[in-house]
Design a protein around this ligand. Structure first.
Ligand code: PEP
Length: 253
């Protein structure tokens, strides 16, 4: 049985004060038991947020990490440092990292392997650009991303991975993939993972959709058979908006 996961990617937003206010509002809300809630703040807010999450079910994630544990890598943050501040998930291969920081599939693969070794669940982001979709190569693109990112990872480790399908043209643009498009790709991702591993891995795999998810489209997206949750950017920055998505099933606030 796959448990719904709603993850907030704050990107490069919120200082420590804003972060603590936002998290306090989430902690004070009555969150539905059947939804796992994850927040991925900037590195600078991880430590103080972890302190106030002590008695909360809300999970803490990072937006990136280096694959090495320590050393001369100026400006980087290691998996051990993330563990030290309570991180249990890490977003890997977000399209903004691939686009602005030239992250390749090979680097994504190194990071996923390192996260798994250190007991941090990777959220692997895959998705096609608008040009790739218009050229009808979106499935080929996503399949290649999956094959490359999962290379050398054994099935018992692959069970820990979450995959987020994020069509690049839908991120921060207000354009959402239709729920049919999102579900078709989520099912394709599940089938590809079954081809790479087996049905045990694919049936238990959490596939999230990301790309302009909001309170008013969350229920429709979440009702799709192969979509197990959402990776939310802009709408995770205000408690009231994020809570609407978390409560997509009309749960009491
Ligand atoms: C994201 O950055 O992962 C994302 C889905 O952003 P947004 O919800 O703002 O489109």
């Amino acid at each position: 049985m796959r448990k719904t996961l709603i993850a907030g990617n704050w990107k490069m937003n919120n200082n420590v004060k804003d972060s603590l206010e936002l998290v306090s509002s989430l902690i004070n809300a009555q969150l539905p038991d059947e939804v796992d809630v994850l927040i991925c703040p900037p590195f600078t807010a991880l430590y103080p947020i972890n302190e106030i999450l002590t008695y909360s079910e809300i999970k803490l994630g990072a937006q990136n990490m280096h694959f090495e544990v320590s050393g001369a890598y100026t400006g980087e943050v290691s998996p051990l440092m993330l563990k030290d501040v309570g991180v249990s998930y890490v977003i890997i291969g977000h399209s903004e990292r691939r686009q602005y920081f030239n992250e390749s599939d090979e680097l994504v693969n190194e990071k996923i392997k390192s996260a798994l070794i250190h007991d941090i669940k990777p959220i692997l982001c895959v998705g096609e650009s608008l040009i790739q979709r218009e050229s009808n190569i979106e499935k080929e693109t996503v399949k290649n991303q999956l094959i490359n990112a999962l290379r050398g990872i054994k099935s018992e480790d692959a069970k820990e991975i979450v995959i987020a399908y994020e069509p690049i043209w839908a991120i921060g643009t207000g354009k959402t993939a239709t729920s049919e498009q999102a579900n078709e790709m989520a099912a394709f991702i599940r089938n590809t993972v079954e081809e790479i591993y087996d049905i045990n891995v694919s049936e238990n795999l959490l596939v999230l959709y990301g790309g302009s998810v909001k309170g008013d489209n969350a229920a429709e997206i979440m009702s799709q058979s192969d979509i197990d949750g959402a990776l939310v950017g802009g709408a995770s920055l205000k408690a009231v908006d994020f809570l609407k998505i978390i409560m997509y099933n009309n749960h009491v606030q």
